[in-house]
Ligand binder design. Structure first.
Ligand SMILES: Cc1cc2nc3c(=O)[nH]c(=O)nc-3n(C[C@H](O)[C@H](O)[C@H](O)COP(=O)(O)OP(=O)(O)OC[C@H]3O[C@@H](n4cnc5c(N)ncnc54)[C@H](O)[C@@H]3O)c2cc1C
Length: 432
């Protein structure tokens, strides 16, 4: 075993690991990042929305330098039934002028750029190193191994930033395998289209982008959603649902994505495009109630590996970056006392509790259970709304009063107790 002991080893060069390494290096600590991919971002999958304000905190001036696709100037929501679509759009001049709220980004280029910022700060990033296990001494994590003796590396502390399916957090005894109710499975494609076609089809000014989140038939009515985000010369399209629902229904995400792409309201947006990339990935959605332990002697867990995702606002990367920074701050303090015990690293939890991560995850802690217990929300209600809209819009000789009575009959077909229960449940799920 190598005897040289680094200050910190970071496993995973995603946004969580790179932010941790960059913060540690800026404080003068020797931090090494090990990444299994050919380069940072090579194995990373996401929808594509990067929020500007949090990113600016971790990478000041990134808008000038980083590889960005399009600033997002509007948000669209759609509700699909088998043959219909209802939508709402929020577009404003504020979103459409700098400073922008968010950008679409390709992880394969963005992660490489972001890793270069950690290297500039003094961290070392080594791609093509897969960590297979942790090294232990007297019950504390003291390093990692890539499977052979020459691949053993020692450090005062190990940062587990290995993403959604963190085997190392399990190895560290921080959590068991995630349960199907605690994760969503998403399939995603990148579809190449010329910039002018994207701008025409989505009614966008040159160079600007849109984000669509699509509920109902996009997931066969399961808990989850479909999305479409516009890149410079491609569209990211994906759909995903809770793994538990996929298992229970016997359906798979590939079929779900194919079906979503063929929907009459979606297909014209993709027409003539060529699929240039396909991927499927897990998102940890256990949230506050199913959060793993976040540290042990000699190790902390950050980002997706810790389950820091807010699915309501598709926040993942910003929470990963923030948790990486807070873990690094706790490590810097631990290093000053040369104490990397559970007691010293519990400072990480204190910093998290004061941050937007824990505050928001606490606020939305009941949302998944609420929605999962009510499959009719995304199955029956879209059909109901579609029936109402069709009745209202159809001119067929019925008087206005007759149509209004038909609409009321449709609405009253929903059991009152169910409506009340859904309304109270939704309020409770979102109230602190
Ligand atoms: C389809 C989809 C859409 C999403 N859309 C958005 C969005 O629009 N906006 C947003 O903010 N978030 C989004 N997210 C969530 C976001 O991608 C994650 O929250 C974020 O990437 C977490 O960062 P991370 O650094 O914790 O993990 P990751 O980005 O997953 O990075 C983990 C890294 O660890 C490496 N690794 C894993 N195991 C090992 C090992 N044993 N040894 C060495 N290296 C290892 C991996 O190769 C990877 O590079 C989306 C996620 C998915 C799946």
């Amino acid at each position: 075993m190598a005897e040289e002991r680094l200050d910190a080893i970071v496993v995973g060069a995603g946004p969580a690991g790179i932010t941790a390494a960059k913060t540690l290096a800026e404080a003068g600590l020797a931090a090494v990042v090990l990444e299994r991919g050919q380069y940072p971002g090579a194995k990373n999958v996401w929808g594509g929305i990067l929020y500007r304000e949090p990113t600016e905190q971790f990478a000041p001036g990134f808008e000038e330098e980083a590889p960005l696709e399009r600033p997002i100037i509007e948000q669209r929501y759609m509700l699909l039934t088998e043959d219909a679509a209802m939508s709402a759009t929020y577009r404003s001049e504020q979103l459409a002028t700098p400073p922008y709220n968010s950008y679409t980004v390709m992880r394969s280029t963005f992660d490489q750029w972001y890793a270069s910022k950690a290297e500039e700060a003094g961290a070392e990033v080594y791609p093509e190193f897969t960590v297979t296990d942790l090294l232990w001494e007297d019950g504390a994590v003291v390093g990692v191994t890539t499977g052979d003796e020459e691949g053993e590396l020692l450090a005062k502390v190990v940062v587990l930033a290995d993403g959604a399916n963190s085997l190392l957090a399990q190895r560290a005894g921080l959590h068991d395998e995630w349960q199907p109710i605690e994760q969503a499975l998403v399939a995603k494609e990148i579809i190449a289209l010329p910039a002018e076609k994207i701008e025409d089809r989505f009614n966008l000014p040159a160079g600007k982008g849109t984000a669509l989140e699509i509920f109902g038939e996009s997931t066969w009515g399961m808990l989850g959603y479909g999305f479409i985000y516009t890149n410079k010369e491609s569209i990211s399209i994906g759909t995903g649902a809770l793994l538990q629902d996929l298992i229970d229904s016997g359906r798979n995400v590939n079929d779900m994505l194919d079906r979503f792409k063929r929907h009459p309201a979606i297909a014209p947006l993709l027409d003539g495009g060529e699929t240039v990339e396909y991927a499927a990935h897990l998102i940890p959605e256990g949230g506050y109630k199913r959060m793993p332990r976040l540290f042990t002697d000699g190790a902390v867990v950050v980002g997706d590996a810790a389950g820091f995702v807010n699915p309501l606002n598709r926040e993942g990367v910003n929470l990963a970056m923030l948790s990486g920074k807070l873990a690094a701050q706790a490590i810097i303090e631990a290093n000053e006392r040369d104490d990397f015990s559970v007691a010293a690293l519990s400072r990480y939890r204190e910093l998290l509790d004061e941050s937007v991560i824990m505050k928001d995850l606490f606020t939305i802690r009941n949302v998944t259970d609420f929605a999962h217990a009510r499959p009719h929300l995304l199955q029956d209600y879209p059909n109901l709304l579609s029936d109402v809209a069709r009745t209202y819009l159809t001119v067929d000789g019925r008087t206005q009063a007759e149509k209004q009575r038909a609409i009321m009959r449709t609405l009253w077909s929903v059991p009152k107790r169910q409506l009340l229960d859904d309304a109270i449940g939704a309020f409770k799920a979102l109230a602190r």
